[in-house]
Design a protein. Structure first.
Length: 123
C-alpha cells in the first residue's frame, strides 16, 4: 500500500500535472500548426513553385526515389511550432516581469530606532 501512496503523491505534484497539461496542449497546438501549414502556407508555396507542393518534391537516384518533400514539410511544421512557442514564451516572460514589482521591505524596528537615535545625536 505504501508504494501506491507514494506514486499518487508523485503523480499529483504540481510539476507532473503541469507537464501532462503541457503535453496535451502541445499536441493540440501541433495539429493546429500542421493544419495551418497544409491549408494556407503550402498552397502559397505551391503557387510560387508551380508544382503540387513541397510534399511532392523528390529526388531520384538510379531507380530509387527519395521523397524529400515529406521531410521538408515536417521541418517547416517544426519551425512554425518552435517560432510560435518562442513568441508565446517571450510574451509570458514580459508579462511576468511586469507583474514582479519589488515591494519595499520595511526595516526592522531596531534599525528604525537606531536611526532615530543617530538623527537625534546629530542635532
Amino acid at each position: 500500500m505504501g508504494m501506491l501512496k507514494e506514486f499518487r503523491e508523485f503523480a499529483m505534484k504540481g510539476n507532473i500535472v503541469d507537464l501532462a497539461v503541457a503535453v496535451i496542449i502541445g499536441a493540440a497546438f501541433g495539429k493546429i500548426v500542421t493544419a495551418l501549414t497544409e491549408t494556407i502556407i503550402m498552397p502559397i508555396i505551391s503557387l510560387v513553385m508551380g508544382k503540387g507542393g513541397v510534399e511532392d518534391l523528390s529526388v531520384k537516384l538510379g531507380s530509387t526515389v527519395f521523397p524529400i518533400g515529406k521531410l521538408l514539410q515536417a521541418v517547416i511544421d517544426f519551425i512554425l511550432v518552435a517560432f510560435v512557442l518562442f513568441l508565446i514564451v517571450k510574451a509570458m516572460n514580459s508579462i511576468m516581469k511586469k507583474k514582479e514589482v519589488p515591494v519595499p521591505v520595511a526595516p526592522p524596528e531596531e534599525i528604525v530606532l537606531l536611526r532615530e537615535i543617530r538623527d537625534e545625536l546629530k542635532k
